[in-house]
Design a protein around this ligand. Structure first.
Ligand code: ADP
Length: 433
């Protein structure tokens, strides 16, 4: 080991690259310097203000505050006005040296450092060496530096505005979700409460055993329906969190997709619920069996059909069609060796704006205004909790499939319609459990 100096000068080295920090640290400590490290400009300013080192080595190209900006800021701190600051940079282009000096540095060393000469360069700067530039040059680079600062400020303001808009949107989605979720929970809850009270008085007040029994049966049925709905809402919320934690359990059974769709449609029965819609099923019986989770896949089609019904006005059409294809119909994903089942649900409803078509698969996203929220699963314009499509996407992806929507846009008068696509792979070698 070689010793160049008697006391141990303290060098603060600011660089975001750990490998550079480690190399410089090793070289300088072997020459009996004490090295303090900082990873960012802001951290460097904090340490420099507290520790007041004998010299600061400043990397120029750093994320956040860069070396020039950190130096300029340090020069405004009283304890650091005269501390030697030496710029270190890998991209030595014309004007870099002058820009560093204009920003407040005393000198400039190129990276990669010359290991043999480096300690001597440091000693010179510690002894008071100051690189200089002419007044004219300084004037010129000061103008350039101010321009760069204003541009950086502008970019940062735009980034902050962007981040702020995103946060406000997320915040609104959350409050909308709370409004809708409380509505969805309160509606069946109020019914349960009301019917339970009626039940109580029916039992207390009636002296005719037979009519009491009929009354009780009908009230219990109503309570059961409300509790069932409460259960559905709570399950939807739980499912979304299971999907997010990737811990949703998927059964591997033989599933006939056509039968699932028929059964979901039977449950929704829009025509019985005072809706006039022309619903056509095509190729359902021709679809082969796939391997999957019958209950969860039925939930997907139930949600898609319920949406098609809710967002299509009376006298509209809904076409549900099945196909089996060999090759992947979209270029983005790998082809499935065993082919795939594609189900399309095409409606003549209000449609979906292009900018919403991706977002509706995000949790809590609802296009509608929450003020007009209604819980119906079949009424035109009825809303849900905004979890149907995220859950559908989670379930389909857990089956190795994909779901997406195409629509010419949103228009409540012209009704351009929407087409939802569900693609499920056929795995010829997959075992049934
Ligand atoms: P919700 O429980 O509100 O129905 P979803 O996640 O199922 O939640 O759907 C999210 C939103 O996507 C709906 O609120 C609606 O605005 C829009 N949407 C879904 N399906 C359709 C459709 N077939 N036609 C028009 N808009 C739809």
């Amino acid at each position: 080991m070689q010793t160049l100096v008697a006391t141990k000068p303290r060098i603060l080295y600011i660089d975001d690259d750990p490998l550079n920090r480690s190399l410089v640290n090793r070289v300088l400590t072997s020459y009996d310097f004490e090295v303090i490290e900082a990873e960012t400009g802001l951290e460097g300013i904090k340490i420099a203000t507290k520790e007041v080192p004998d010299l600061i080595l400043m990397d120029i190209n750093m994320p956040g505050l860069d070396g020039h900006e950190t130096t300029t800021r340090m020069r405004t701190i009283s304890g650091l006005k005269r501390t030697p600051i030496v710029a270190l940079t890998a991209h030595a282009t014309k004007g870099d040296r002058e820009l560093a000096l204009t920003a407040g540095c005393d000198g400039y060393i190129n990276k990669p450092i010359d290991v043999d000469n480096f300690p001597n360069q440091i000693v010179s700067y510690l002894a008071g060496q100051k690189d200089t530039i002419s007044k004219d040059e300084q004037q010129h680079y000061l103008g350039q530096y101010s321009k760069k600062l204003v541009e950086r400020l502008e970019t940062k303001i735009l980034e902050l505005e962007d981040a702020n808009a995103r946060l406000q949107k997320v915040d609104k989605l959350k409050s909308d979700f709370i409004t809708v979720a409380s509505h969805e929970l309160r509606t069946p809850m109020t019914l349960v409460y009301g019917y339970a009270r009626l039940l109580q008085s029916a039992i207390k007040e009636s002296d005719q055993a037979e009519s009491t029994e009929r009354n009780v049966v009908s009230l219990v049925q109503k309570i059961y329906r409300s509790v069932h709905r409460l259960n559905e809402v709570v399950n939807d919320v739980l499912n979304v969190f299971l999907i997010e934690a990737s811990s949703m359990q998927i059964q591997h059974q033989r599933v006939h997709v056509g039968k699932l769709i028929n059964s979901a449609l039977d449950e929704l029965n829009p025509n019985k619920n005072n809706r006039t819609l022309h619903i056509t099923l095509k190729n359902m019986d021709e679809l082969p069996e796939i391997v999957g989770d019958a209950e969860r896949l039925k939930q997907v089609f139930w949600n898609l059909l319920s949406n098609a019904i809710k967002f299509t006005p009376d006298n509209g059409r809904i076409l549900i069609e099945g196909q089996v294809t060999k090759a992947e119909s979209r270029p983005t994903s790998a082809p499935q060796p065993g082919g795939q089942v594609i189900v399309t649900i095409k409606d003549t409803g209000i449609g979906i704006a292009p900018e919403e078509q991706k977002e509706i698969f995000d949790r809590f996203y609802m296009v509608e205004d929450t003020t007009y929220h209604s819980s119906s699963k079949t009424a035109f314009g009825g809303g849900g909790i905004g979890l149907g499509l995220p859950i559908a996407k989670g379930i389909i992806e857990a089956h190795g499939g994909r779901i997406w929507v195409e629509s010419a846009g949103y228009n409540i008068e012209r009704n351009p319609g929407s087409t939802f696509y569900v693609l499920l792979p056929l795995h010829p070698d997959q075992s049934f459990t």
